[in-house]
Structures are given as C-alpha cells and as structure tokens.
Design a protein around this ligand. Structure first.
Ligand SMILES: C[S@@+](CC[C@H](N)C(=O)[O-])C[C@H]1O[C@@H](n2cnc3c(N)ncnc32)[C@H](O)[C@@H]1O
Length: 583
C-alpha cells in the first residue's frame, strides 16, 4: 500500500489546503521560495553536523531561531567557501565562525570555490539567507577546470549563470534540481517518487535560443532626452540589480538573432530620444526550409561555403514530411547575405535540405519553425519553445513513451495493456504535441487560452496534413481556459492520455480537480518550472476532490528533465503518470 503524507479524499484535501494557507505568502515555485527551502535545509544539515541542538527541531523552529541571527553590516567583506549549488543557480555558503548563522547566496560560484563576497543592503534577504555580491574568486573549485565561459558579460548579466561548469556537470545539477523539487514541493512520501532519470542534453549548448527580448529603460519626465543624447543601455537585467546591462552580443542566441540585435540596437539608438518611455524589443527567428533534390544536394555540397547555395530555392523539392525526426547535426556550409541592407539572412545547408533563417521584431508577424518532418507557424509574440535544436529529441522521446509499454493491473487483479486512442493536449499553444503525436491517436483535442495561438494550431494541422483514412483530420482545437476541456470531453477516460504543459505558475487547482474527476488513463506533465510541476504532480498522486465527486489518483511512472536552457539554471521537467485503479 502506498504511503501518503496526506490521507486520500476530502480530509486530505482540506489538511493540505490548511497547511498551504499557513505557509508564508510567497509566489509558489518562485526563486525566493526555492532559496528559502534550500537555505533552511542546508542550515539544518550543517547545524546538525556541528552538533547544535537543532537536531530535533523542525523547520519552523529553525526559521524562528535564525530570525534572531545578526546579519553582517552593509559593505562587509566575507571570505566564503561554497557548499552547494542551489536550484536558482547560485552558490550557497555558510559562515558559522562569524556569528552569522545564515546562508549567503553568492552568484557566479560553484561548490568548492573560495570567494570574496560583499554584503549590500539593497539585496533581498530573508531569515535564512542573504544575497551578497561576488567580488572575486580566491581559489577555484576543481569543477571549473578547462571551462571558459563564452559570454563576455558573464559575472554581470543575470542570464546564464552556469557557464563555468562543464556541460555534463550542468546536466547532473539539473537532475538534482528535479530531485529537490519533488522532495520539497510534492508533499509526497519519498517512496512514491521514482529515481529521477538522467537529464537529456541539448545538441546546441550555445547559439540555441530562437527568441530574445532585450529592453531599455525610460527617462524621468524632468530630464527628457534630446536628439544627440547617449542612448540608454539596451540589453538584459544585471544580476541582483534592477538595472539594464548594455548587450551587443548574446552567445546563447542563434546567429540570426545576433545579426538582428545589431540592427535593433541601431534602431533604438536612432529613435529612443523621441519618447520618454523605455521599451522591450522582441527578436524571434523564422526559418524557411527547402528539401534539396539529389542533384541540388550534390551541388550544394560542392558549393560549400559559397553564397550561391542560398539562391537555389526555385529548383528545390518540397516534400518536408519525409525528413526524419532528429537533430540534423552541423551544416555542411553556412552563408550570410542581406536581401536589403537591414534584412539579414543566414542559410545553412545540410546534406538533404537547406534552412534560410531570418528574424522579425514585429509581434504580429508569423514565424515558422521546422522540427524534423513538422512545420509550425506561430505568431512571433505567441508561445513557442525557444530551443529548436532539442525539440526533435524531445518529441521523439515523448512519442516513444506516451503509450504504456508495461501491462496494467485492473481493479479485479487482471493484467492487460491499456488501449489509449485519444489525446487531450492541455495548454497546447500552436499545437506542438498535438501535431507531432497525431499519428499515434484516433483523435486529438487541444486547448489553449491564446486564441491566436489556437488559430495557428488549426493552420498547422492543415499544413502538416495528418489526415486519417477517411480524409478527415483527427485534430481539433479549442480557444478557452484549460478547464473548459473537461466540460464535455468527447473521449472515454479509460482510453485517453492527457498532456499538460502549463505556464511557469503551473496548472490551476480547478484544472487539477477536474482532471482527477475525469481520470484519464495516463497523464504526461511537461513544465519549465519543476517546482510547480512537483506541487501539481503531488496533488495528482494524492488525489483531489471530496465525497461529492469521484476522484482518481495517479502514480508516477517516470520523471526526468530535458536541458532546454543550457548555461542557465532552468530545466524542462517531464513526468509520466498512470491512473491508480483501486477505487
Ligand atoms: C509552456 S506553454 C506550452 C505550449 C505548448 N504545449 C508548446 O509546447 O508549444 C504554456 C501555454 O499555456 C497557455 N495558457 C496559459 N494560461 C492558460 C489557461 N488558463 N488555460 C489554457 N491555456 C493557458 C499559454 O497561452 C501557452 O501557450
């Protein structure tokens, strides 16, 4: 029998709700909440190791004991040794000798580093932790050996904090982020959480991001800008300071976005003084893919590194649907050209196809992405995954895992293989999963609150033409809040798989409650915030709802991560769940 921290049904739901209400009000799954938990856990461990009387105290006692802790004054320099890398990507250090019984949060550091850090009164802090400035590295951790961060803004920009770690260590760290998320946020007994899978890496570790949003601040009305003024910094936010860092080049962005950044920087420099307000500029990549006929492919190979390869479009064959769902590897040649002075294009030639990349800064423009055989058109400002290089591996993995491989045991104890014929794609965006997985199901229904995203999903269903034998598409899409999918589900729950891929805040309690009431046979939960994912998965495993309506519970089959965001502290979590049949 599975052990649970909360009893099933209404009593458990009420107890969990009361517990959650009694917690301090911080945004769930936010970096500061994650720091609170990880700093408290580290303090508890270190105090126990020191043999203090903290051994028998629970977390709340620790919080109140550290509330009396004196914090060092502003501008104090501290020599610290980093103990742990937090899930926020910061080093955590403890300095008990100085009477500061708290954790110092040091950016740009890794376990084993000895650093000089400095306190700053403007940095946020809490009872358990205090953010400090990194001043200099006194002695590096062996983890840093042989790694040079590729970004010239490393150490100032808030973006890519893990650049000093070898890629394999970044992946290992991301596995621990998922482990800690399930430990601290799921409220589940550890026996209910399977060992977390190894994180699957990204083929591109730099130059992968297909969307960036640099910004600049406005000026005060009393000091209006005038023509000829120095342009304000245009780039990304500095680490731990609400100021913008001027950025000329972003090494995690794709090459075409870096070409675009030069153009957008010039536009900002030419026009900023006309208004007093700041602005955020969107740069999103778009790709035109053409399959090469065999003679063109031979010609393209011999024209390696020649600009001519970009102009062979007219004679190219067009059957994209035969391309394999895999990362194509490095191009055989690359060429940069300008169709107009301010419209850059980069053409990448592969053995069997050619990609021409452009970018747009127009929110209302349509952009196109190709993932193996699939073509997705999306509004530039609507959601689409930002790392195209990992998507073929990711979609293949999901396709291989969605249908149950092992037989299930029915309520009467018989073994059988569930027949899953239907897919509900909740938070479907422009149809990434629906379209790539349509061939596995008799019928697919996607839902998203972004009406324009749904318009694109319908268009994408037509472009990719996943027709059934009778000539009817098996894909349907609804523009509405995700809970609406349960109003009148056209599929029997026993034969349905539900994919959930909500925004960072996770699924709404109402959505989870209705999901448990409907009870699809299998659930795949994908998320860019593994903390809210762990919280929501915990609820599905515990079971929601009360006596008034039936509620199914789930067990976790598998959980792991994909590195959609190399060099950063983020990871995409994927969790497979099966309905528990003992009702
Ligand atoms: C992380 S994206 C996933 C999109 C899609 N699955 C993909 O991978 O391209 C989250 C999506 O949730 C949608 N969304 C946000 N709140 C929603 C809600 N209350 N109901 C339905 N969709 C919502 C957003 O519009 C966005 O498309």
């Amino acid at each position: 029998m599975e052990k649970r921290r909360y009893p099933p049904g209404k009593a458990g739901f009420e107890k969990r709700r009361k517990d959650e209400q009694s917690r301090p009000r911080v945004t769930e799954g936010s970096p500061d909440q994650v720091l609170d938990i990880e700093a408290t856990t580290l303090l508890e461990r270190l105090r126990n190791e020191k043999g203090t009387d903290a051994r028998d105290k629970d977390t709340d006692d620790l919080k109140s004991s550290s509330a009396q802790t004196e914090k060092p004054e502003a501008g104090t320099e501290l020599q610290l040794e980093i103990q742990e890398l937090s899930s926020t990507g910061d080093g955590l250090a403890y300095s008990p000798d100085k009477d500061h019984d708290l954790v110092f949060v040091v950016p740009f550091s890794v376990p084993g580093d000895k650093v000089l850090a400095k306190t700053d009164p403007q940095k946020p802090d809490s009872h358990q932790w205090m953010k400090v400035d990194f001043v200099k590295l006194l002695s590096p951790s062996p983890s840093r050996d042989g790694v040079t961060p590729q970004c010239r803004y490393f150490g100032t920009c808030s973006g890519c904090q893990l650049q000093m770690l070898p890629y394999q260590e970044q992946l290992a760290h991301k596995k621990t982020i998922i482990e800690k998320a399930f430990k601290h946020f799921s409220n589940l007994d550890p026996s209910l959480i399977p060992p977390v899978e190894e994180t699957i890496g990204s083929p591109l570790q730099y130059g992968y991001r297909t969307k960036i949003t640099p910004h600049y601040d406005g000026t005060h009305k009393s000091r209006p800008w005038k023509e000829g003024d120095q342009p304000p910094p245009f780039g990304f936010t500095k680490k731990n300071v609400s100021k913008i860092l001027d950025i000329e080049q972003c090494p995690i962005a794709t090459d075409i976005l870096n070409e675009g950044l030069k153009i957008e920087r010039k536009n900002v420099a030419d026009t900023f003084w006309k208004k007093s307000t700041g602005a955020t500029v969107l740069l999103r990549e778009s790709t035109k893919r053409e399959v090469l006929s065999s003679s063109q492919a031979t010609k393209a190979r011999t024209l390696s590194n020649s600009k001519d390869t970009a102009t062979n479009g007219a004679a190219l064959a067009q059957d994209l649907s035969r391309l394999p769902l895999e990362y194509p590897g490095s191009p055989t040649s690359t060429s940069v050209s300008f169709s107009k002075p301010s419209v850059p294009e980069i053409t990448y030639t592969y053995p069997s196809f050619q990609d021409t990349k452009t970018y747009t800064s127009d929110h209302k423009a349509f952009t196109t992405e190709h993932i193996g055989p699939y073509t997705y058109t999306t509004l530039a400002n609507s959601f689409f995954q930002n790392n195209n290089s990992i998507l073929p591996t990711f979609l293949s993995y999901i396709r291989d895992q969605i249908l149950p491989k092992t037989p299930a045991i029915s309520a009467t104890g018989e073994t059988y293989t569930p027949k899953i014929k239907y897919l509900l794609d909740a938070y479907c965006g422009s149809g990434l999963f629906s379209i790539a997985l349509a061939s596995e199901f008799s019928s697919v229904l996607g839902i998203d609150i972004d009406a324009l995203g749904i318009q694109c999903a319908r268009e994408n269903a037509t472009i990719n033409n996943p027709q059934k034998a009778n000539g009817q598409s098996n894909l349907g899409f609804i523009a509405a809040d995700a809970t609406a999918i349960f109003e009148d589900v056209p599929y029997p729950a026993d034969q349905t798989l539900c994919i959930i891929d909500p925004p960072r805040k996770g699924a709404s309690p109402d959505f989870l409650k209705q999901l448990c009431a409907y009870g699809p046979k299998r659930v795949v939960y994908v998320s860019c915030n593994v903390h809210t994912q762990a919280r929501d998965v915990g609820m599905l495993v515990a079971g929601l709802g009360g006596k008034e309506h039936k509620s199914w519970r789930y067990s976790i089959e598998k959980v792991g991560g994909f590195d959609f965001f190399p060099q950063t502290g983020h990871v995409e979590g994927v969790c497979f769940l099966n309905r528990v049949e003992e009702q």
